[in-house]
Write a protein that binds this ligand. Structure first.
Ligand code: FNR
Length: 371
């Protein structure tokens, strides 16, 4: 792509009909460095590619002549959700649009869709919650679930301060991301974009001292959470805790034993350890190991209503959407994100009807065939 970055659109052009259409458009609306940062995966991007390949290698087997009256609604952690779709935590959404997380939470509220706000949000968690409340105060609905995604901080008092702020602002759950204690240094942030929640807190370093130890035995590994940190968090809050990023059945079973309320099966969009399988591939083993004791959510590569169906069929209660948020934000801000969610919901409903499974709970592995 060459030429100047296009401004966000104010109206949605009629040729934007799928999430892939948004992805195709988005590059022209982003700085090249931001586009690369959003799209990239770790290493040789084997895992990033696999996240899509696995969805495409699964086919669907419809039941004909079925009664198709139903709804996309699901129950999750004591709340009804309009559909089994949520917004994944994404750092620094103001990279894609000046309204950043405020645009996303307004779209989430308009579409009654749960949102997970990143620790590395470029708008404070209080301002995001206030924006949702301002919109719901005007309507009659309860508003969407807001969950807070927690990155463990180098000092425990700062981790605790984030949890207390999330509780005070009305977030309904804490999502502890455990797979990114060490990740490649990110994009250098332009002026006006910062980790708003972490103002005044020391930040983890991302590079080793030249000539010193490379990694092990340096403070670079301090941010990697362990089981004692999870136990500490469990004792520190009464909010539901959702762990994001476990990929092994035995770890998932232990997390349940430690009092975790749900899991997000995820490889962080293929951005951390290249070579791990897609969440879809490990979901059945995690479902087996946790034996229906807690809900399982999944993310990585979900781009259409039929992808949502495939994840539900393998045992997910709901899915989360990552990069398409940034694409839709860059193209058209809040209306773009709301439209992106609308597309996904419409595709999901159509696919449920066509499949003869008009309730999420009716979608099981017998509806799948491998290609
Ligand atoms: C992420 N992800 C992420 N996860 C998290 O727990 N905290 C975070 O701050 C971020 N930040 C972030 C930034 C960007 C630009 C991307 C693309 C991803 C991971 C995210 O929550 C989710 O797991 C993946 O994005 C899901 O994959 P898809 O939908 O992008 O394929």
């Amino acid at each position: 792509m060459t030429g100047p970055k296009l401004a966000p659109l104010h109206t949605i052009p009629p040729d934007l009909c799928t999430l892939d259409d948004y992805a195709d458009r988005a590059q022209a609306h982003m700085d090249p460095a931001v586009w690369r940062h959003v799209q990239e995966g770790a290493g040789r991007e084997i895992t990033l590619r696999r996240n899509r390949e696995v969805f495409d290698s699964i086919g669907l087997l419809p039941r004909g002549l079925a009664d198709v009256s139903g709804s996309t609604r699901i129950e999750l952690l004591g709340r009804t959700h309009a559909a089994p779709i949520m917004l994944a935590p994404l750092a620094y959404q103001r990279l894609a649009h000046s309204d950043g997380e405020l645009a996303v939470v307004r779209a989430a509220t308009a579409m009654d869709t749960g949102m997970v706000l990143s620790t590395l949000s470029s708008v404070t968690l209080e301002d995001v919650a206030a924006a949702a409340q301002a919109l719901t105060a005007q309507g009659e609905q309860a508003g969407p679930s807001l969950w807070f995604q927690l990155y463990q901080q180098p000092q425990r008092e700062n981790t605790l301060a984030l949890v207390r702020r999330a509780e005070a602002a009305g977030y309904e759950a804490i999502v502890l991301t455990i797979d990114a204690g060490l990740k490649p240094a990110g994009i250098s942030l332009p002026d006006g974009v910062a980790a708003a929640n972490l103002a005044g807190m020391p930040r983890p370093r991302h590079t080793a001292t030249p000539g010193g130890r490379i990694l092990m035995g340096t403070s670079l590994t301090n941010g990697v959470p362990g089981w004692p940190d999870l136990a500490w968090l469990r004792a520190a809050t009464t909010l539901p805790i959702i762990v994001k990023g476990l990929l092994l059945g035995e770890d998932a079973a232990r997390a349940v034993d430690e009092g975790v309320d749900a899991l997000i099966v995820s490889n962080h969009g293929g951005r951390v350890l290249d070579g791990v399988p897609s969440a879809m591939e490990v979901l059945p083993a995690i479902a087996e190991a946790t034996g229906n004791r807690i809900p399982l959510l999944l993310d990585g590569g979900v781009r259409s209503g039929t992808d949502v169906i495939k994840a539900l069929a393998l045992g997910a209660r709901a899915v989360l959407i990552g990069r398409p948020q940034m694409h839709a934000l860059a193209v058209a801000g809040m209306p773009g994100v709301a439209h992106m969610l609308h597309i996904l919901r419409t595709e999901l409903e159509a696919a449920m009807v066509q499949l003869g499974c008009p309730q999420p709970g009716m979608i099981g592995p017998e509806r799948l065939i491998s290609f």
